[in-house]
Design a protein around this ligand. Structure first.
Ligand SMILES: [Zn+2]
Length: 56
C-alpha cells in the first residue's frame, strides 16, 4: 500500500538527538535510540511522516 499523501519532514540533529518536527501539527518527535528514521507515525496527530535528510 502506498501513502500517496505522505507528509515529509526534515530530520534535525542539532540538539544531539534525532528530532523531527511534524509538518502537520508541529509536534517534536524525538528518537534518542535511533540514528536514522525513514517513516514514523507522529505521536501528536497520528499522521504518517516520511523523513528526509537535510541537504548539505
Ligand atoms: Zn503531527
Amino acid at each position: 500500500m502506498l501513502f500517496e499523501m505522505l507528509l515529509q519532514a526534515v530530520s534535525d540533529r542539532s540538539s544531539g538527538v534525532l528530532t523531527v518536527t511534524c509538518p502537520n501539527c508541529e509536534h517534536k518527535n524525538e528518537f534518542p535510540e535511533l540514528l536514522t528514521v525513514a517513516i514514523f507515525v507522529c505521536t501528536g496527530c497520528g499522521e504518517p511522516i516520511e523523513v528526509v535528510e537535510p541537504r548539505h
